[in-house]
Ligand binder design. Sequence first.
Ligand code: AMP
Ligand code: MG
Length: 560
Amino acid sequence: MRQNKTEYDDPMHDTPTATDLPTLHDLCSVKFDNSFVRELPGDPETRNVPRAVSNACYTRVNPTPVQSPQLLAWSQSVADLLGVSQPESPTGRVAELLGGKITLPGMQPYAARYGGHQFGHWAGQLGDGRAITLGEILGPDYKRLELQLKGAGRTPYSRTADGRAVLRSSVREFLCSESMHHLGVPTTRALSLVATGESVWRDMFYDGNPQAEMGAIVCRVSPSFVRFGNFEILAAQGELDTLKNLADYVIKEHFTDLGAPSPIVYARWFEEICRRTATLIAHWMRVGFVHGVMNTDNMSILGLTIDYGPYGWLEGFDLEWTPNTTDAQGRRYCFGKQPEIAQWNLTRLAAALSPLIDDRSLLEQGLAVFNDTFQTTWRGMLADKLGLNSLDHEGDETLLSELFDLLQQSEIDMTIFFRSLMNIPLTTADNSLESSSLSGLLRHAFYTEEGFVHSQTSLNKWLHRYIARIHLDMEAPTLTSFEGTRLQRMSRSNPKYVLRNYLAQQAIEGLQQGDSSFMTRLIEVLRRPYDEQPSHNDLASLRPEWARNKPGCSALSCSS
Ligand code: AMP
Ligand code: MG
C-alpha cells in the first residue's frame, strides 16, 4: 500500500495495493523483451575498446565480471514494479546478476551512444562509459522497464576511465533516487546496490593522491535512459535517418498518447518534453535539490531526474549554492539557475531535432511552453508550500520577493523553515502574540544566533504580512476546518525529511565499516518524507557543525 500519498505524482507507476499484488518471481527467472536493441540500429562492431562509433544508437557489450558481488541494499517498491521478489541470499545468483558477474538468456546488454553539451560546450561523443543496460522487462502491469547497471565495467564509450563506480557514489545514487521518488519527484529508480568486492582507484580531491575505494554497482530502473544527448550526437554527425529512427522509437514506446510519428507529432513531442522538464525543475526547486551537473547528457527525454553525481540538498537557502566543486567558480549549475539551464538544454535539444521539425516557430513554441509551465507550476507549488490557495492576490509578488530576500539574507535551513511555517498561529494577525515570540517560532531554522538576530525584524514583518495574507483565503465555515485543510496541503508540499548531504555521508561511512544500520534506517524514514515520524527527529535536524566543510557533506567532486 502506498504510504505517502502526496499531491505530486511521479510519471512512473506506483507500488501496487495489497489487493492487486501480483505473484513475485525470482529476478533470474523473468523474461526480457529488448525493444531498444530490436528496434534501433546497433554498432556493427563489437570490439570493446574506446573508439568513435557511428550510425548506431548503441553498442552491444557485456558487463565485466567482478570478484565477489554482495547485495547491500534492495528496494522492494521497485522490485514490485518488475514483479520480482527479494533474493534470499545477499551473495546468490541475483547478486551475481546485479553485480554484472553473470548474464541471463534473453538479456542483450548494451551501452548507449550519446553526446552532450558539458558546462555549455559541445563535448562530442560521450555515451554509457560505465552504465550497461541488461535488458527490458515488462512488469505485471505491462509497463516496460529497463534494467541498467551503473559501474559495470568498460565499454567503447569509457574513453580513458575505468567503467567502475565507488561505493560512496553508488550509495548516493541509490538513496537519492529512491528518496526522490517518495518525495513525488520524477526520477529514475534504483533496485539494488551491490558491493563488487573489488577496489576502485579514485583521486577524490584531484590532488594527485588516488586512494583505493570499495567498488559498488547500482541497478537503475527506468522506462528509458534516453537523454537529450542521444539525439544530439546523431544530429551532430549528420546521421539523420537514425535520428528519425530514435525519435520514432521514443514516441511509439514512451509518448503513446501523441499518436503515430509525423512532423506535427514531432513538434508536439518536443513541447511535451519541455512541459515535463519544466515540471521536473519546479519539483527540484520545491524540495531544494541541486542536480550539480545539468549537462545535456544528463537530461532525460522523459523528464526524469537522471544521473545522480555531485548533487546536493540545500541546507541554508542560497540561490547560488552548488555542491559541485568543479562548478565552484562559474556556478553554472547552482540552485537558482536550474530553470534557466534546463531551458538552455532544451534549446540544444531543439537544435538537434530541427531536421525533423522544419517550422522553427514550433520549436520556439515548445520553449515558450517550458517557461509557462515552469512559472505556473513553481508558483502553484510555492502557494502550496505557504498554504495559500494561489499567489494571484495583489501584494503576493511583494510577499514572495520579501520571503526570498529574507531566506537569502542569513543562513536559514530551507526544509526546516518551510515545514515550520505550519506552526505559525493564525490568530496573531491582530498582533496579540508578541512580535519577538512570533519570529522565535522559526529560530530553530537558523544556523547561527547572529543570523537570527540580523533577520529578526524582517522576519517578524514578513510573518505578520503572511498571516494577514492567509486570512484573505479564509472561506471555510470555521477556522479549524480551514486550518486543517491548509496544514494538510502544506505538509504534503514541505517534506520534513530530505536526504541531507551529511546523512548520505553517514550512511556511506557506516557501510564502509560494514555497518548497514544507519543506511537501513535512512531508507525507511525517507520512504515517508512528509510524515512526522517523531522518533526520527534527529534525521530532520540542522546540518551539524562538523559537516559544514567536510568533503562529501558540503562539496563533492565529479570523481566517483
Ligand atoms: P557524468 O558526468 O557522470 O554524467 O559522466 C560523463 C561521461 O563520462 C559519461 O559518458 C559517462 O559514462 C562517463 N564516465 C563517468 N565516469 C566514468 C567511469 N568511471 N568510467 C567510464 N566512463 C565514465
Ligand atoms: Mg551522466
